[in-house]
Design a protein around this ligand. Structure first.
Ligand code: PLV
Length: 322
C-alpha cells in the first residue's frame, strides 16, 4: 500500500480541560496534519485510490477539504481546482493558492460551490473529490481512532469521543474507527454550532433535513444537509451518538481559551468540539444521565482548520460581541 499522506498525530493530555471536565481529557492534535486538519486522512486515501490517473481534481469546500485536496494534488503532481463559497475568508483563498490550487468562488454557501464542482467534473473531466460524503473518506478518517487506541494502549478506553460535525464525514470515520477497534459502545458527542446544525436538525426530525441557510460563523460546518450515512448511524441502536449545539459565542470562546491554555489556534469549526468541555456541556450531559457520572477519559478530536489567523480572530470577536 502506498505511504499515506497524513501523519500519526500526538495524543496530548490537557491539564486545563481535564480540570474542567473532572476526568482526563486527551487531545488528538489533527491541527498538526499537513494542510491543517484531519481532512487529509480521508482525502489522501480517496485520491490515492481514485485520482492516480486523473488529469486534475476538483473539490468543493468550506476551506479545509480544499486545503487537503490541494496538498495531495501537489504531492501527486496533478492540478487542483478548489471551489469555495463567498463566505470563505480571504485568508483561505490565499492559503489555497499558496498550495498551488486554482481557486473559484461560487455562491454563498458550500452547497452552491458544490454544484459548480460537480459541473466541472462533467464538463472538464476532472476527478471530483467530495469533502465529506464518500466511503473512502470515512475509511481514511477512521485511522484517527486506530491511532488513539494505539496511543492509549491496552486496557485504557475512552469514556467518550468529542467531534465536530459539518457534513458528517468525520463522524462517519469515527464510528467506523470505533467499530474497527472494538469500541462500538463508546459514546460520541457530535458537536455543531446553532446555524450550522444540519445533523442536529436531522436527529430531531428523524429524517434528513436541508437547512434554509447557514447563519453560523463556523462556515466549515456549513453544509445544509448532513450525509445520509451520518444520519443512519444516529438511528443505529448499537451506537450512542449524542447530538449537541453550542452558540457561535461559545465556539469562539473555546477557540480563545484553547489558544491561551494550549497555545494552539484553531478555527470555529473546531471550537464547537472544544466548547463541549469549556462550556460545561459534558458535565451537563453527566448530570442528565446521558453520559455516565463516572466517566472515563474524554478524547477530543482537535480537527484544526486553516480559516483562522489573528486578524480573522479579531474580526470574529467584533462581529460576535456586537
Ligand atoms: N469542513 C468541510 C465541509 O465544509 C470542508 O470543506 O472543509 N472541522 C473542520 C476544521 C472542518 O473543516 C470540517 C469540515 C469539520 C470539522 C466537519 O467535518 P465533516 O464535514 O466531515 O463533518 C462545509
Amino acid at each position: 500500500m502506498a505511504k499515506p499522506f497524513h501523519l500519526n498525530t500526538p495524543l496530548l493530555e490537557s491539564v486545563g480541560m481535564s480540570k474542567r471536565a473532572g476526568t482526563t481529557v486527551y487531545l488528538k492534535m489533527e491541527n498538526s496534519q499537513p494542510s491543517g486538519s484531519f481532512k487529509i486522512r480521508g482525502i489522501g486515501h480517496f485520491c490515492q485510490q481514485l485520482a492516480g490517473e486523473s488529469k486534475g481534481v476538483v473539490c468543493s469546500s468550506g476551506g479545509n477539504a480544499g486545503m487537503a485536496a490541494a496538498y495531495v494534488a501537489r504531492q501527486m503532481n496533478i492540478p487542483a481546482t478548489i471551489v469555495v463559497p463567498s463566505s470563505s475568508p480571504q485568508l483561505v483563498l490565499q492559503r489555497l493558492r499558496d498550495q498551488g490550487a486554482t481557486v473559484k468562488t461560487v455562491g454563498r454557501v458550500w452547497d452552491d460551490a458544490n454544484a459548480e464542482a460537480l459541473r466541472l467534473q462533467r464538463t472538464e473531466g476532472l476527478t471530483y473529490v467530495p469533502p465529506f460524503d464518500h466511503p473512502l473518506l470515512w475509511h481514511g478518517h477512521a485511522s484517527v481512532i486506530a491511532e488513539v487506541a494505539a496511543s492509549l494502549g491496552p486496557g485504557e478506553r475512552p469514556g467518550a469521543v468529542l467531534v465536530s460535525v459539518g457534513g458528517g464525514g468525520l463522524l462517519c470515520g469515527v464510528v467506523q474507527g470505533l467499530r474497527d477497534v472494538g469500541w462500538t459502545d463508546v459514546p460520541i458527542v457530535a458537536m455543531e454550532t446553532a446555524g450550522a446544525d444540519c445533523f442536529n436538525a436531522a436527529v430531531k426530525a428523524g429524517r434528513l433535513v436541508t437547512l434554509d441557510d447557514i447563519t453560523s460563523e463556523a462556515k466549515c460546518l456549513g453544509a445544509k444537509t448532513v450525509c445520509k450515512k451520518a444520519f443512519e448511524y444516529s438511528q443505529c441502536s448499537e451506537l450512542t451518538i449524542i447530538s449537541e449545539l453550542v452558540t457561535d459565542q461559545q465556539a469562539l470562546h473555546a477557540v480563545e481559551t484553547f489558544l491561551d491554555e494550549e497555545r494552539v489556534l484553531v478555527e470555529m469549526a473546531c471550537g464547537a468540539a472544544l466548547a463541549a468541555v469549556y462550556s460545561g456541556l459534558v458535565r451537563r450531559l453527566q448530570d442528565e444521565g446521558r453520559l455516565p457520572a463516572l466517566l472515563g477519559p474524554l478524547v477530543v478530536i482537535v480537527c484544526g482548520g486553516s480559516s483562522i489567523d489573528m486578524e480573522q480572530l479579531t474580526h470574529l470577536k467584533h462581529k460576535l460581541q456586537a
